[in-house]
Write a protein that binds this ligand. Structure first.
Ligand SMILES: Nc1ncnc2c1ncn2[C@@H]1O[C@H](COP(=O)(O)OP(=O)(O)OP(=O)(O)O)[C@@H](O)[C@H]1O
Ligand SMILES: [Mg+2]
Length: 341
């Protein structure tokens, strides 16, 4: 019963559904990343939980209590908006501590909590500055610090690190994670960076067009995607999808393609891309363009042949994209022969 529960949450606006029947639980101290493409409803979900947008059906429950009708100001939600929403006339330090002052937290305690957050977010030298005198990433850190200082019952974070450079984002990740889970409240963390979602969150909820596609830990989503959307949205380089065959769409991840000396699919290497410690080869084959991982240290040939272990074939309904049982392993050879033409 403890934690946050979105119970059949729907939101309509402008005559169309923005959220459809969301069912999601976030336990105390748990961080769930809400991941999905632009416009899928991530911010809307947070706004509904914060009480800033109305529900058209369903309930938002906190520790078993229905808070759907509770005034937003009384929900004790810590929210970091995509747009930061800082007070322009206040310094960094005052922006951070205003909420504490209003709640009557004594000056000594305010100062102590302030310096902890300033040092965590590497903002010590910026405390007298106003928002206009900060970079986008610095503003974002102030907004994050302000939400952390509020000691809320729920923490809602909308792409809180999107304006930070990749290095700082990676550096802050473990500390932020410790801080979020240490505080013990449920955390909903919106991002469209899957690396960040996997590094920070206990579970990931994948959203598309206002509908939850799958909720699970990163491993589960990667190995056992519920549908074609989840399979293609997660994993980089993206999964290889073959043209539909007998009402099925088959797919295999780039890391599961292997190079063989005979048989398999003949392929011409049309492009090599650097991808950290590996290269991604783009292969032109009779079954379309495929992606293959190749060691960074060796130059790829002009042509090669690929196949894969049948246990790595994923199958989806060609029309709706729902996951289908794995095809019979004996069928994989036929499939590859089919794809050759
Ligand atoms: N008040 C509103 N009235 C009508 N449509 C809205 C309203 N607010 C948002 N939308 C639409 O709802 C959809 C979801 O918007 P939302 O801001 O939740 O997306 P998002 O997942 O946060 O996207 P992004 O990653 O770009 O921030 C979008 O198509 C948006 O245009
Ligand atoms: Mg958004």
């Amino acid at each position: 019963m403890k934690g946050l529960h979105l119970d059949g949450v729907c939101r309509q606006a402008g005559g169309r559904p923005l959220l459809e029947n969301l069912e999601l639980r976030v336990a105390e101290g748990e961080c769930v990343a809400l991941l999905g493409p632009s416009g899928c409803g991530k911010t809307t979900t947070l706004r509904v939980v914060a009480g800033l947008d109305p529900l058209s059906a369903g309930r938002v429950l906190l520790d078993g209590e229905d808070i759907s009708g509770v005034d937003p100001a009384l929900r004790r939600v810590g929210m970091v908006f995509q747009s930061y929403a800082l007070y322009p006339h206040l310094s960094v330090a005052d922006n951070l501590t205003l909420g504490l002052k209003i709640r009557g937290v004594p000056a000594a305690e305010r100062e102590e909590r302030l310096s902890r957050v300033l040092s965590l977010l590497r903002l010590q030298d910026l405390r007298p500055r106003r928002p206009a005198q900060l970079s986008g990433g610095q503003r974002q850190r102030v907004a994050l610090g302000r939400a952390l200082l509020r000691q809320p019952r729920i923490m809602l974070l909308d792409e809180p690190m999107s304006n930070l450079d990749a290095q700082l984002r990676e550096e802050l990740r473990p500390e932020l994670r410790a801080l979020l889970s240490g505080a013990g409240h449920p955390v909903l963390y919106v991002t469209h960076d899957q690396q960040e979602a996997m590094g920070l969150a206990d579970r990931i909820a994948v959203l598309d067009q206002g509908r939850l596609q799958q909720v699970g830990d990163p491993r589960e989503l990667h190995h056992n995607p519920a549908n074609r959307f989840v399979a293609s949205f997660l994993g980089r380089p993206a999964i290889n999808l073959f043209p539909p065959l007998e009402g099925r769409q088959l797919a295999v991840r780039p890391e599961h393609l292997r190079v063989v000396s005979g048989g398999g699919l003949p392929a011409r290497v049309v492009r090599a891309e650097w991808n950290g410690p590996q290269q991604v080869l783009w292969l032109d084959t009779a079954a379309g363009l495929l992606r293959l991982l190749w060691p960074a240290s060796s130059a790829p040939p002009d042509t090669l042949r690929v196949d894969w272990d049948p246990e790595h074939t994923l199958a989806f309904e060609a029309s709706g994209g729902d996951r289908l049982p794995r095809p019979d392993p004996a069928w994989n050879g036929d499939l590859i022969r089919f794809l050759q033409h």
